[in-house]
Design a protein around this ligand. Structure first.
Ligand code: ZN
Length: 160
């Protein structure tokens, strides 16, 4: 079957920047599974997968604007260490999670003091074009429960 609204899609991928550096990947041991047409993936990636089927290989390039946005200047902020999520000890270069009024966001730690850290609030992948190499492993209809929840269940999806 071809990927359409309410398909559940399992896939593997490798994500590279324009210099060919691997930023992220998901293979057999950690597949990604999502419910198509419900905003589970970046819109540009979902659009590129529409109509494809199991076994297809898809190359997708998203510009920075289509992915995590352009990098903003003056994005440095001082944040109490206790507000950084994701690790106990912080070093410059690490990625932390911060809760803001706009929800959870990823930031990059620049400096670490005794109680405060300086972070760059740009998403770590802001300003980068993303090149996805996707291999579609499985396409199946969503169950009634999955449609109800608005996400896919099983390996690579929500487990609950
Ligand atoms: Zn669910």
């Amino acid at each position: 079957m071809n990927i359409d609204k309410d398909s559940v899609v399992r896939f593997h991928y490798t994500l590279k920047d324009d210099r060919g550096e691997v930023l992220d990947s998901a293979d057999k041991s950690s597949p990604m599974t999502y419910l198509h047409g419900h905003g589970g993936l970046m819109a540009g990636l979902e659009n590129a997968l529409a109509g494809k089927s199991s076994g297809d290989q898809v190359e997708v390039r998203l510009s920075a604007a289509e992915a995590f946005g352009e990098r903003e200047d003056n994005a440095e902020q001082r944040v109490p260490l206790k507000h950084l999520g994701g690790a106990r000890k912080w070093k410059p270069g690490m990625t932390a999670t911060v809760h803001t009024e706009q929800g959870q966001r990823q930031v990059t730690v620049l400096k670490v003091g005794h109680t405060m850290a300086t972070v760059d609030t740009n998403h770590p992948l802001a300003g980068k074009a993303l090149n996805f190499s996707v291999e579609i492993v499985e396409v199946r209809p969503a169950s009634a429960e999955e449609l109800n929840h608005g996400h896919a269940h099983g390996p690579g999806g929500h487990q609950h």
